[in-house]
Design a protein around this ligand. Structure first.
Ligand code: ARG
Length: 477
């Protein structure tokens, strides 16, 4: 296709590197179909407003329908929008020129980006839900498995493996809320804003919005063409997911090093020199990839900072950052879901560390405070003193009994022995949201029912959009 087909767009004298650097073709592939649908809706509104004849509209629509099976993107034409117009011109002749009536690439690209973003968000939500389900299911099977609650990467309190898994499930459920918010800010139509202040063509903006399955309008036409805040919202939601996955990976790396968990060989690699090594390389890469996503977020915000209203080509630079963030997070999500399903917990190692680090210390202090009416701070002090120089076990218990006796408090070693048992300490926990096996199962159950709701949110929207696109493509007058 010759770029001459669209006289007057790119300057004939433009340098080839200048053409390349100002072209958005590299990130336009992803909105190719969306641009066609936007144009279909636009043709519809041109006809409805009496701006074009029915025969012209039909010709345009049939050419656009063909474009859905593919059209060439040419960087010399700058972008997907000019490429589509060139394609239509080559199909139906000069009447394709009506496509530009009452719209600009500025409102068109904003619209296509919003159509794509809402869909990308649904796709990521689907992968996110699968991971949350994998975490909740693993939690169900590990509801009784003794594990450690860590602080400062040190064994801190007795817990269950389920409880650790569910901490991520709940964090990621919050990310679904962030995706929903980004979806809401994206799902509005800028069409009709034209370059910046609308046009003299009596286009029904509401009808175009409805045809494209939007929830409503981005009303102010200047805001409509200059806004990329919806991409920032989307990348923020992605960043939050990435940060959670990064933390989960950091835990996997650390817990594996401590011998608390093991992973399937599918997620490990060995060393080129040390044949004994089983390195958690997948988790390490997931941990690092969060940086790429965060960089996309900062990059998007920094690109917007200091821009003047309304459209500037700077905005074009945000698009590839958003697509990259989606791609990274999608692959992080799917590999993490399989990796999580392969985690094996080493309860014996967890119990060993529990005893070594006396993770029931806070339980003992609580026991003394509750049973003998000692202020907790004092009980904390007594336990702290008894621990010093004692390895735990019988030795520690004797020191504790003596320390209590000095204060006139009589405590039996039998009763203390029960409190000192880490496994029993989990059973003794009464906290809502805590690690008690029954409470963990209740949480897993709630997480799974939230997943069902989120799944239907995704599917309802996907089918709504599919219906809108099918209707647009099959419309005749
Ligand atoms: N390719 C541009 C983008 O992705 C849209 C075209 C706007 N160009 C312009 N010169 N007004 O944002």
């Amino acid at each position: 296709m010759s770029p001459d087909i669209l006289r007057g767009n790119r300057l004939a004298s433009m340098d080839d590197e200048a053409l390349r650097i100002t072209s958005s073709i590299g990130s336009d592939e992803r909105i190719k179909d969306k641009v066609v649908y936007v144009n279909m809706a636009h043709v519809n509104s041109l006809l409805a407003s009496g701006a074009i004849e029915k025969a012209v509209a039909e010709k345009m629509l049939s050419g656009l329908r063909d474009a859905l099976s593919g059209y060439e993107l040419d960087y010399r034409l700058e972008d997907v929008h000019m490429s589509l117009e060139a394609y239509l011109t080559s199909r139906i002749g000069q009447e394709a020129g009506f496509l530009g009536l009452g719209k600009s690439r500025n409102d068109q690209v904003a619209t296509a980006l919003r159509l794509q973003t809402r869909e990308e968000l649904l796709k990521t939500a689907g992968l996110l839900i699968s991971l949350v389900k994998a975490l909740a299911k693993a939690a169900e099977s590990e509801s009784k498995t003794f594990f450690l609650a860590m602080t400062h990467l040190q064994p801190a309190q007795p817990s269950t493996a389920a409880h650790w898994l569910l901490s991520y499930a709940e964090a990621l459920l919050m990310d679904i809320e962030r995706i929903k918010l980004a979806f809401r800010t994206a799902n509005l139509s800028p069409m009709g804003a034209a370059a910046a202040s609308g046009s003299t063509v009596p286009i029904d903006r509401f009808e175009v919005a409805e045809l494209l399955g939007f929830d409503g309008l981005v009303e102010n036409t200047v805001y409509a063409v200059s806004a990329r805040d919806f991409l920032v919202d989307a990348i923020y939601a992605l960043s939050s997911i990435a940060v959670n996955l990064s933390k989960l990976s950091a835990d996997i790396v650390a817990y594996m090093a401590l011998g608390l968990i093991d992973l399937d060989d599918r997620f490990l690699s060995t060393s080129s020199i040390m044949p004994q090594k089983r390195n958690p390389v997948v988790a390490e890469i997931v941990r690092a990839k969060a940086a790429t996503v965060a960089a996309a977020l900062i990059g998007a915000i920094e690109t917007l900072r200091g821009l003047n209203e309304s459209y500037n080509l700077d905005l074009q630079e945000i698009t590839p950052k958003a697509w990259q963030a989606f791609d990274e997070v999608n692959s992080m999500l799917s590999v993490t879901a399989s990796m999580v399903a392969s985690i094996r917990f080493n309860q014996t190692a967890a119990l060993e560390l529990a005893n070594k680090y006396l993770v029931v210390a806070s339980d003992i202090a609580e026991h003394i405070s509750l049973k003998h009416g000692v202020p907790f701070r004092e009980a904390h002090h007594i336990v702290g003193e008894a621990i010093k120089g004692h390895e735990g076990g019988e030795d520690f218990m004797q020191a504790l009994v003596n320390a209590l006796k000095k204060r006139g408090i009589h405590e039996s070693t039998d009763e203390l022995r029960a409190v000192l048992d880490p496994a029993k300490a989990v059973e003794a926990r009464v906290t809502v949201g805590g690690p008690h096996p029954k409470e963990a199962l209740r949480q897993a159950n709630r997480v799974l029912s939230e997943c069902v709701k989120a799944e239907s949110w995704v599917n309802d929207n996907l089918s709504k959009f599919k219906k809108a696109y099918d209707k647009l493509a099959n419309r005749g007058w």
